[in-house]
Unconditional design. Structure first.
Length: 171
C-alpha cells in the first residue's frame, strides 16, 4: 500500500481584529505602554504617592493644553509619560471620563484620542519616551519639565475639583 502524501496546508493564525481597535498591533502597543507604566513605580510608597499626585496635576495641565488649541489625532503632541499614566487610568472608566470631560470643558470641544499607536512608534523609533516637538510644546505651554522627578518632595498646590479651592500639599 502506497502512502499518499497530503500537502500540509499552512494555517494562518486567526487575526484578531475587533472594529480596528483590538488587533495584534494595538495589543503590542498596549503591552509596551503597561510595561513603561510599571517602570514608573517607585519602591517607596510615599515617593510613589507624591509622584502620582504631581502626575495628576500635570494631567490637568495637559487637558487644559488640549482644550486651548484645536488639536486632532494627527497634530496632537504626545504627553509626558506620567501624564500618559493618569490619562490611561482615567480612560479605564469610559463613562466617568466622558462625564468629566463634559463637566470640566466646553461640551463642543472634541479631544483627541489617546495616542497609543503614536506613542509606540515613538518608543520604537527613539528607544525612549521622547519627541522634541511635544517636549517643546509641553515646556512652553505648561512651564513644567518634560520628565517628572519622583524625588521632588517640595510642597505644591492642587485645585480641588469639588470645592474649587487650592489645597496645599506638604510632605
Amino acid at each position: 500500500m502506497s502512502e499518499e502524501k497530503f500537502p500540509v496546508k499552512e494555517l494562518e493564525p486567526l487575526a484578531l481584529d475587533i472594529n480596528d481597535i483590538v488587533n495584534p498591533s494595538t495589543l503590542r502597543a498596549h503591552l509596551a505602554l503597561l510595561t513603561k507604566l510599571k517602570d514608573l513605580e517607585q519602591p517607596d510608597e510615599q515617593i510613589d504617592m507624591r509622584y502620582l499626585l504631581r502626575a495628576q496635576e500635570r494631567y490637568i495641565l495637559w487637558l487644559d493644553l488640549l482644550g486651548s488649541r484645536n488639536f486632532n489625532d494627527d497634530n496632537m503632541p504626545i504627553p509626558p509619560i506620567d501624564v500618559c499614566y493618569i490619562w490611561h487610568s482615567h480612560l479605564l472608566s469610559p463613562l466617568r471620563y466622558y462625564e468629566d470631560m463634559l463637566r470640566i470643558y466646553d461640551p463642543q470641544q472634541k479631544f483627541p484620542d489617546f495616542p497609543l499607536k503614536r506613542l509606540h512608534d515613538i518608543w520604537e523609533k527613539n528607544n525612549g519616551h521622547t519627541d522634541s516637538n511635544s517636549e517643546s510644546i509641553w515646556a512652553e505651554r505648561t512651564k513644567q519639565p518634560w520628565v517628572l522627578d519622583p524625588n521632588d518632595s517640595s510642597d505644591f498646590k492642587i485645585n480641588c475639583p469639588w470645592c474649587k479651592e487650592d489645597v496645599q500639599i506638604s510632605w
